[in-house]
Design a protein around this ligand. Structure first.
Ligand code: NAG
Ligand code: NAG
Ligand code: NAG
Ligand code: NAG
Ligand code: ZN
Length: 392
């Protein structure tokens, strides 16, 4: 009976060990994957606003040198490799709740649909400094080609929203854009849902007014918070760049894990209404995912058992990412958080192991004592004690 518990335990413990060793080996791969190549230095300063398009994105770097840097955006977010960082501060937005007493400029700049935002909209916590909003815009594809810029486990979403903020220590977006701590972009994945999204409709209903390149219109302001996903506390964070020329590597990226949905009709309106140039449709305005070059992607959340990385307080590796999504409740904040499910399992198995080992040792000790005393008795050939008596 005790032996059976012991064997069962060994089996379970084997599973736990397997899980942890596989995750630590993937960490090693990641650390070793930093591609080193020829020393290319930053040439001349700010590139003069040349023409560029999404069809020739492979050639952007010939005119815009930063576009071939090593911290470019967008990237593929590999959810299994994202490092859970429980110390990532949650994002607080202020001044997002605009009302229709204000009007906002909506424009088609030939590359995207952009809404100009007042700098009273701010990210007041989540970064080392306060960041002020400048504009938001979208990236999309066609009915056949999903057009998000970032991908999740190599899969594109139909579209993506970017809300661009600049560090309030700089005067404006253009001054901040080239500074290493200049920009913070909040990004959301847009998918297709069953219902119309009334908040997105506040922008999309004016699409026809900006169908021509370089045209703009005014729309009544509204609560811009409602364009973002419901849950802001679950996000990915990495150091990246502008996804359009001049590709400055100055963006502190936040991509939310929760997604936004619009109706099929609304997405089609975004894909079909705008023109770039005389005849072309403005579609597929997304840049391909860029190489990580050894960068890490942090996650503010974890759904799965975690292993703490030695020497990196606060950072741990997600394991077993395909376990059930049923326990995807709120964020875990601060070091005083309740133990992760993995920790509880580990402790339970540890305790079970200890108890089993103790019982097994006692059992073994008793058996040996019995065996020894029998041997001793038989060697000395004195009085023979039947074993049954000792078992009483
Ligand atoms: C991005 O913001 C995080 C959180 O404040 C900060 O730790 C990190 O250094 C920032 N990245 C850059 C490139 O400034
Ligand atoms: C941004 O700020 C700089 C420095 O104050 C100023 O020279 C420039 O004109 C401003 N640009 C815009 C677009 O407001
Ligand atoms: C981003 O860059 C900053 C400044 O170099 C660094 O402190 C931070 O750790 C980086 N963040 C990530 C997620 O690598
Ligand atoms: C959100 O996180 C879960 C858990 O890691 C992952 O499976 C899912 O693909 C993520 N989705 C997005 C849009 O980030
Ligand atoms: Zn963008």
């Amino acid at each position: 009976m005790i032996l059976k518990i012991f064997l069962t335990f060994l089996f379970l413990h084997g599973l736990v060990l397997n899980a942890s060793s596989s995750s630590s080996s993937s960490e090693e791969e990641d650390g070793g994957s930093s591609e080193k190549d020829s020393g290319e230095h930053h040439p001349k300063g700010v590139p003069h606003g040349g023409h560029w398009g999404y069809e020739d994105q492979a050639a952007w770097s010939s005119e815009f040198s930063h576009c071939s840097g090593k911290s470019q955006s967008p990237i593929d977010i590999d959810t299994r490799r994202a490092l859970y960082d429980r110390s990532l501060p949650p994002i607080t937005l202020e001044g997002y709740d605009l009302t229709d007493s204000l009007a906002l400029t909506l424009l088609n700049n030939g590359h995207t649909l952009q809404l100009v935002l007042p700098n009273t909209m701010r990210i007041t916590s989540g970064f080392d400094n306060e960041f002020r909003a400048a504009q938001l815009h979208f990236h999309w594809g066609t009915k056949e080609v999903p057009g998000s810029e970032h991908t999740i486990d190599n899969v594109h979403f139909p579209a993506e929203i970017h809300i661009v903020h600049y560090n309030s220590k700089y005067a404006n977006l253009s001054e901040a854009a080239s500074k290493s701590d200049g920009l913070a972009v909040l990004g959301g994945f847009i998918g297709i849902g069953l219902h119309e999204n009334d908040n997105y409709e506040k922008i999309l209903s004016a699409l026809a007014d900006v169908s021509i390149e370089e045209s703009n219109t005014e729309i009544p302001a509204f609560n811009v918070r409602h364009l973002l996903p419901n849950k802001l506390e679950r996000f990915y964070r990495y150091n990246g760049s502008l996804t359009t020329p001049p590709c400055f590597q100055t963006v502190n990226w936040t991509m939310f894990n929760d997604t936004i949905t619009v109706s099929r009709r609304q997405l089609a309106a975004l894909e079909d209404t705008l023109k770039a140039g005389q005849h072309q449709h403005l579609t597929k305005n997304f840049r391909a995912p860029q190489l990580l070059h050894g960068r890490h992607v942090l996650a503010s959340f974890t759904d799965t058992p975690t292993i703490i990385v030695a020497g990196h307080p606060g950072i741990s590796i997600n394991t077993l990412s395909e376990t059930d999504a049923s326990n995807s409740e709120g964020p875990s904040t601060g070091p005083s958080e309740v133990l992760a499910r993995g920790d509880i399992l580990a402790i339970a198995f540890g305790a079970l192991f200890a108890v089993t080992l103790l019982l097994f040792t006692l059992y073994a000790y008793q058996q040996r004592k019995k065996y020894c005393s029998i041997k001793k008795d038989s060697r000395q050939n004195v009085i023979y004690k039947p074993a049954t008596k000792e078992e009483a």
